[in-house]
Design a protein around this ligand. Sequence first.
Ligand code: NMX
Ligand code: MLT
Length: 435
Amino acid sequence: QSTLKERLADLIPAEIENVKATRAAHGKKSFGPVIVDQLYGGMRGLPALIWDGSVLDADEGIRFRGKTIPECQELLPKAPGGSEPLPEALFWLLVTGEVPTQEQVATLSKEWAARSAIPEFVEEILDRCPPTLHPMSQFSLAVTALNHDSAFAKAYAAGISKKEYWGPVFEDCMDLIAKLPNIAGRIYRNVYGGGKLPAIDAEKDYSWNLATLLGFGDNKEFVELMRLYVTIHSDHEGGNVSAHTGKLVASALSDPFLAFGASLNGLAGPLHGLANQEVLVWLRKMQSKLGENASDEAVKEYVWSTLKAGQVVPGYGHAVLRKTDPRYMAQREFALKHLPDDPMFKLVAQVFKIVPDILLAAGKAKNPWPNVDAHSGVLLAHYGLTEMQFYTVLFGVSRAFGVSAQLIWDRALGAPIERPKSYSTAAIQKMFANK
Ligand code: NMX
Ligand code: MLT
């Protein structure tokens, strides 16, 4: 059975030909006009990037290499006795487009365990961070510092041929993913206590190790949650801030650590990944104001007061989606199965019934439905991971899977440096002066 790298080496020549043929057949075809509003409007809907791991449909949500979340839950290998997909399997799928065997997944778990140690100086960087520094800033510092040992940066300095770029980029991406549990675990324990970091167990899967390093490995349900969590947060096509930033930075041939460090800085924004922290902060404030078992009327009033204060309702809306995010639904299913009576889950479910109508009535948001972040925090909190500022770190661990898969392909396919064209308002006025 081939390893992931061997399988990739088999797939790359055919994909290079596939892209050549696609460009020869369709290269001069148009997606339609670009309008000035798109330049001012955050490039919404502008077709601009190639991203192979996943494609997002506005109504249906994400498909990883053509597979929906329920299909991934059904088809991807699971841990013995588990029912959620293993993120190792999802990574294999994102990279190759193929469903791996149980054995290939086990090999990947072992390989990541073997690569998991972080350099001592990175441990020291983390240990020196004040606990008041946001966990996402600490995370980004540590990932950026891993560039010290980048195989790609070294190979480039030694004069590697363009055709060979993908090999050391693959090695860096494998190292990046493998080292994240040690980084996340160290940040968590430094900031919130919990004692010495245990060692990675090479006989266990990635999510078991991640959960254990955070201090929750004894709880089988939490380990299952991590498997689901990492899988569904891994990738959301290429235009979101973290994915696009990683692709952009890597297009300058910055190595995967520098590129993904930049991704994390984007993920740390409240309109993107930090929203999962913001949702729980918002729910807790609501709970402390209204008490438990608040009436629908009281919740409605609270939602309106958020909007009237000029704030967004965190966890609702999306730049692309126009229906409830299937990642929200996957987490809701998990909650219904494992924690149906959790009071905070009940509040999340109550808010789900109330917020869309209010956002519709307010008339601004193009999508009134919940996104992934509306549900993640309540699941983590249920198992005792109550430190909300840490939540986006787990999103970041997951997003490394999707960004890495694309960076490997970008270098295999010789993707060029990104350099779109910008215009000033004066230039636009001049261009359309008499039109
Ligand atoms: N609450 C209140 N107002 C909203 C919301 C919301 N949840 N969503 C959109 N709007 C407003 C938005 O601020 C904008 O107002 P204005 O014209 O005054 O600037 C207007 O509705 C139109 O925005 P849209 O075109 O619907 O949304 P856009 O594509 O610009 O932004 C989000 C998408 C996700 C940034 C936006 O819906 C939002 O801020 N949601 C809350 C934060 C959140 O949950 N982010 C997480 C997204 C998922 N992730 O993990 O990254
Ligand atoms: C994501 O997972 O990146 C978010 O849903 C944001 C997006 O897709 O724009």
